[in-house]
Structure formats: C-alpha cells, structure tokens
Design a protein around this ligand. Structure first.
Ligand SMILES: [Zn+2]
Length: 474
C-alpha cells in the first residue's frame, strides 16, 4: 500500500509514570533481546541494490510487532509498495520539553556470500559475536532501540522528553523511499523534535597506546557528486586539433585531482582537535576560534593541523577527512574509436564539502575546470553542523562516561552522510550516537559495508545500557 498509514498493534501494557530516585540499570531481558533482535533482523534480507528493488516491509513489520509488544502503537508508511518505514512516539513526562528523534535504517548494502566466513544473512550467534550484514550498519542500533523501548514498558519507566522512534527504508540508496519521504510528506509525525540521534558515533577507538576514545558525531560533510563536460571539435584522429574535448577534460580532471584544499576548521572539528590535543598533551596552534568559516585561516594553520593529525595516529585518521573539502575524480567517459576525436568528453567527481564550505567549493571548481569545461551537480546533499556545547551533548557524554569511565568522549564530524541530512529539513539537529564498546583490534570502520560484518555481544549490551540512560535523561 503506497503512502497510506497503517496502524498496527495496540495491545500490551502502557508505559507507566516516571519513577523517582536513581535510574535502575536495564534488566536481563533487555540484554537478551538486543542480541536476539539483532540476529533476527539480520535474517530478514533487506539488501538495497539501489533502483528500488529492496523490500524493507518484513523488517518494518518485525519492528512494529516488537513495539506493539511494549504497548506502542506505530505507523507504517510507504511511498512505494514494500518500502516500509515505521514511526512511533513515546510520550515524555515533561510536556514542556522538546521531543527527541532516534532513528535507524532497516536496509543494508548487499553482501557477496562467497567472500564471507559465515552466510551473511544467517544472523549466526557464536560465543561472543553476532554475525551478518547489518550487524554494525545498523540493525544493531535498531535492535537496541527496540530493546530499550520494551524495557521501559516492562519497568514502568518514562523518558523526560517525547521520544520519536523512526525505522527507515532506503538509507543505502537515495533515501527517497525512506527519510526523504518522511521529511517531505509526514513531518507532522516528528512535531516538536529538535534533535535526533542515529549512526555513527559513540564507538570505541583504541589509540594503540592504551587509551580509549568515544567520538560522538556532531556534523556531516555535504555530498557534491559532479558531472564535468568538455566540448570540442570532433574530427579525424590524424589531423591537427587544438580543440580536443578529451585533452581539455583530462587537464581539468588533473587539476581537480591534484588540488590541495586548504584546511578550514568548523566548530565541531576545532573542538575535536582541541580536545584531542589536550588529552595527549600536544601543543597545537589552531588559530582564532572566531575565524569565520570560509575565510583564510591563519598563516600556517594547515601545517599545524597536519602535524597534529600525524601525532594523533588512528584518531588523526578519524578527523583528517573533515578538515578540508575534497574532490576525487572517479569516472571517465569519452570516445568510441582510436582514430576519431570525439566532440564531447565527460568525467564524474566525488566531491564533499564542509559545513559552511559550499561557496568555496563551487568557486574552486569554477576555477579548476576553467572556461572550456562545464560542471554541474549530479547529486547534492547538505552538510550538517551540530553544536557540541549543549545540554544534549553533555548528556550523551555523561551516559558514555557512566558505563565507560575509562574512555574519553570527543566530538567529531562525519566525512560522509546519513538520514540526518533528510531530517534536518524538519529543523532537527542530528548527532551520531550508536553506543558500542569494542575490543582492541576490532576494526569498526572496515566492517561498514565490509566482509564478515559482526558485532560483539558485549558491545550490544553496552549500547542498550548507554542508550537507555541517555534517552531517559536527555
Ligand atoms: Zn548506515
């Protein structure tokens, strides 16, 4: 059923009043359920190949049924049949407080079974790990949200703010059937939401020197996929031709690929570098925090930032991609025969720009492509910037520190994008907060869209505890 809300599940007990006193830890059932739900969601194959073939509806129905078991009524929404999204609201105890959105996508990227040690959609649980596509990105978080909501219902607990839960379709392609559709057509379901949390932050980064860092995402670079077109005079390959489209395109592509983008510190990245430098007792002159975005940085800022990134090791790698705009040529299309000069040549470039960096990005591309090559956006998504000096950020920090006292929480900016971009159209400020406590040697980023994706059970337990604490106190 396209674009028709379907109400499902009104049975089960209603959430009771807020309890006073110190918040209890989650119960054993929540710990068991997060593992089982992760496994069962993985077994529902929601591979998104793009092009609209994905079917999220079975996973959406699974999630809605788990919420119904907690007395939560949810709405299933589809723009395209089978591409279901789920939205539910848990009323908070403070009617004056703004609502908080917690969202997770239901689709996953495809997996090539022959590359894996276990079947990727088995959801196999061994001693300490749940295996399968989506274990990290992001059926783990979907399961945590469900486990927490059900725990609150059992324990008669209520969050302070209204919590709006959204499980989305189509995040791994265009979001047109998922968060884009919800933001465009069903904004009323998100009424009162000022902030949101989702992938990907609050996971353990081991620095190799015994320190554990929990980066919480407070921003995303924007996406600017570009199409370059060079035109010239078509003709015989043996003739003199100073008007060759391939030569013009190749020159522009080379200039873009070799361009060294200047360092621009957004507030989030400046905060990340400042906090990391302090943790490691590294002296770094990051210039004037009041320096407006896009203005020329202080003399030597680029060198100072690069030196600091090098000293920070794996943590430097986490921040490096977000200190600059970037543009990488990725595809070339021109010609059909070696002795024919084509009249047109086309290239594609994967560009990413910082929050506040779009004007500089455009101006730089105009200059690098020059007068003979046109460029346009083939696909474009906004950049996001979230404040790190807010009560909400402080509560995320406190929830992590309570359950991982040995860790240090720092803000960071994501180099790519998430559904938060779509929800930002509703005025919702997005944070990456999917708490996971990971052992040393567990390469979180390599498992995103990677082979043998898996999640430690201990990480899921930690996630439920932290998420419960944060969502209830936020
Ligand atoms: Zn994801």
């Amino acid at each position: 059923m396209a674009d028709q809300p379907v109400t499902s599940g009104t049975t089960g007990e209603q959430a009771g009043p807020t309890q006073g006193g110190p918040a209890p830890a989650v119960d054993q059932q929540a710990l068991d359920e997060v593992v089982r739900f992760t496994s069962e969601l993985i077994r529902i194959d929601t591979s998104n190949y793009g092009g609209g073939s994905c079917q999220e509806r079975p996973a959406a129905e699974y999630a809605a049924a788990r919420l119904a078991g907690a007395g939560l009524e949810s709405t299933l929404l589809e723009r395209t049949p089978g591409r279901a999204n789920v939205v539910a609201r848990i009323p908070g105890s403070d009617p004056g407080a703004p609502a908080l959105l917690v969202h997770g996508h239901l689709d996953v990227v495809p997996a090539k079974a022959e590359d894996w040690s276990v079947p990727p959609f088995s959801g196999e649980i061994d001693d300490d790990v749940v295996w399968g596509r989506g274990a990290i990105d992001m059926k783990n978080m979907d399961a945590m949200i469900l486990a927490v909501a059900r725990y609150w219902s059992r324990a008669g607990l209520r969050p302070r703010r209204d919590i709006v839960i959204a499980f989305t379709a189509d995040e791994e392609a265009s979001a047109a059937d998922g968060s884009g559709f919800l933001a465009e057509q069903h904004g009323a379901l998100f009424e009162g939401c000022t902030e949101g949390i989702s992938e990907s932050g609050a996971f353990t980064v081991h620095d190799g020197r015994g320190r554990q860092i929990y980066p919480v995402a407070a921003g995303e670079r924007g996406t600017a996929w570009l199409k370059l077109t060079a035109r010239g005079r078509a003709g015989h390959g043996s003739r003199v031709n100073r008007d060759n489209a391939v030569t013009r395109l190749a020159a522009a592509v080379t200039r873009i690929g070799e361009h060294r983008w200047p360092v621009r510190l957004t507030p989030t990245v400046r905060a990340a570098l400042t906090e990391l430098a302090a943790l490691y007792d590294i002296k770094a002159d990051l210039g004037d925090p009041g320096d407006p975005q896009g203005a020329e940085g202080p003399e030597g800022l680029g060198d100072a930032v690069d030196a600091l990134l090098a000293q920070l090791g794996p943590l430097g790698a986490l921040v490096a991609a977000t200190t600059r705009n970037s543009a990488n040529p990725t595809m070339l299309e021109a010609g059909y025969k070696v002795n024919v000069i084509p009249g047109e040549a086309v290239a594609f470039v994967d560009g990413r720009y910082l929050p506040g960096g779009e004007d500089e990005f455009r101006a730089t591309l105009d200059r690098l492509t020059g007068p003979d090559v046109d460029w346009e956006f083939a696909h474009r998504e906004v950049a996001l910037q979230a404040p790190v000096d807010t009560p909400t950020f402080a509560r995320m920090r406190a929830a992590l520190e309570e359950f991982a006292p040995e860790g240090d929480v720092v803000p960071y900016c994501m180099s790519g994008g998430t559904d938060a971009k779509q929800f930002s159209r509703l005025g919702i400020t997005g944070y990456g907060f999917t708490p996971l406590k990971l052992p040393e040697g567990f390469d979180y980023h390599a498992l995103f869209h990677g082979v043998d994706e898996r999640v430690p059970i201990e990480a899921l337990h930690f996630g439920v505890r932290v998420l419960d604490r944060f969502l209830r106190t936020a």
